[in-house]
Design a protein around this ligand. Structure first.
Ligand SMILES: Nc1ncnc2c1ncn2[C@@H]1O[C@H](COP(=O)(O)OP(=O)(O)OP(=O)(O)O)[C@@H](O)[C@H]1O
Length: 281
C-alpha cells in the first residue's frame, strides 16, 4: 500500500502550517521533504505518524505498530545504554527472546554500534546518537519509517552511514519519509518534495524537478538585482524567472539548492521588484 498525505491542511491556532499538501510514499522508496525553517516539514511528518490531526484531507498510514518514527529530538534515552535503548524500543513492539537478540545484533552491526553497546546514549557522538535513534525506529521492521532530520548536526562520514542504513531499509521494502536540510542528500531520494510556507513548491524525482524548472540562473561576483540573488561560495547566483539575463552573465546549470532558493524567491519577492521582464536596474 502507498502511504502518504492527500490534500492535508494543518493549523496550529491561527498558523496554517500545511496547506493542501499531497505526498505519496510507496513501499521500497525514500521520499525526502526539504524546505527552510518553518516550511512545514515536521508538521507533515507528524501528520503522517498521526501525532497531529489535520483540519482537512486524508492521512494514509498504517496502524501505529507498523510505523517507526525518529523525532527531531534525540530519539533515545540519555540515561540508558545503547543496548538498553534498543531493547526497550524492540520490546515495546513485542520482540522478546531469540528474536530480540538476533535483531539487536543485526542492528548494532549494521549501524557500526556493536562496540558501543554498553555505553550510555549521553556519551555517544551526535552521529552515533542519531544512528541509534534510527535503529530504534526500525527495530520492529515497520512498514512506514518517518525520520525528522535524521542527519542534522551529524558529521559527513556518519551522514554517509546513516544514508546507507536508510537506503537499506527502503531496499527491504519499507516506505521511508524523511526531512532533511541537506539538499545533496535529498537529491539521492527517489522522490523529493520542496515545501515553502506550508505548501508544496515542487515535487518529483530530482530529474523531474530539474526538467520542470523554468527560467535562468546566472553567476557573478555581484548581483544585478539583489532581491533575486543569493550567495554560493564566493559568488552570487541570480534568478531570472521570465526573461533572458544580460548576455555578459555566465549561466549556471542549477543544482537542487539553486532550484529551491529560486522557487522560494519566486514566491516571496515583492511584486513589482524587477524580475528581468524589463525595467531591471
Ligand atoms: N506546536 C505548534 N504551535 C504553533 N505553531 C506551530 C507549532 N509547531 C509548528 N508551528 C508553526 O507551524 C509552521 C510549520 O512548522 P514546522 O515545524 O512544521 O516546520 P519545519 O519545516 O519542520 O521547520 P523547522 O525545521 O524549523 O522545524 C511554522 O510557522 C511553525 O512556527
Amino acid at each position: 500500500m502507498t502511504f502518504g498525505l492527500d490534500a492535508v491542511t494543518v493549523s496550529y491556532g491561527e498558523v496554517r502550517a500545511l496547506d493542501d499538501v499531497t505526498v505519496a510514499a510507496p513501499p521500497g522508496s525514500v521520499v525526502a521533504l526539504v524546505g527552510g525553517d518553518g516550511a512545514g516539514k515536521s508538521t507533515a511528518l507528524r501528520a503522517l505518524v498521526r501525532e497531529v490531526v489535520p483540519d482537512s484531507g486524508r492521512v494514509r498510514s498504517p496502524a501505529k505498530p507498523q510505523i517507526g518514527f525518529l523525532p527531531a529530538s534525540a530519539g533515545s534515552w540519555a540515561a540508558l545504554t545503547v543496548r538498553q535503548n534498543l531493547d526497550f524500543a524492540a520490546r515495546t513492539y513485542g520482540l522478546e527472546g531469540d528474536r530480540l537478540e538476533k535483531r539487536r545484533t543485526e542492528l548494532l552491526e549494521t549501524a557500526g554500534l556493536t562496540g558501543a553497546a554498553d555505553r550510555l546514549a549521553s556519551q555517544l557522538s551526535g552521529g552515533m546518537r542519531r544512528k541509534l535513534g534510527f535503529c530504534m525506529a526500525i527495530a520492529h521492521q515497520p512498514e512506514l519509517v518517518v525520520l525528522d532530520e535524521p542527519s542534522t548536526g551529524v558529521d559527513p562520514v556518519s551522514r554517509i552511514d546513516l544514508w546507507r542504513l536508510i537506503s537499506e531499509a527502503a531496499a527491504a521494502g519499507t516506505a521511508v519519509v524523511m526531512s532533511t536540510t541537506y539538499l545533496d542528500e535529498a537529491e539521492r531520494a527517489a522522490h523529493l518534495v520542496v515545501l515553502d510556507g506550508g505548501s508544496v513548491l515542487v515535487q518529483g524525482s530530482y530529474d523531474e524537478v530539474r526538467a520542470g524548472f523554468s527560467g535562468t540562473i546566472t553567476r557573478a561576483a555581484d548581483a544585478t538585482r539583489p532581491a533575486w540573488s543569493w550567495r554560493r561560495g564566493r559568488e552570487r547566483h541570480e534568478y531570472w524567472p521570465a526573461a533572458d539575463p544580460p548576455h555578459d552573465l555566465a549561466v549556471v546549470d542549477p543544482d537542487l539548492e539553486d532550484i529551491v532558493i529560486a522557487l522560494s524567491l519566486a514566491g516571496s519577492v515583492e511584486p513589482g521588484t524587477p524580475d528581468g521582464q524589463g525595467g531591471a536596474s
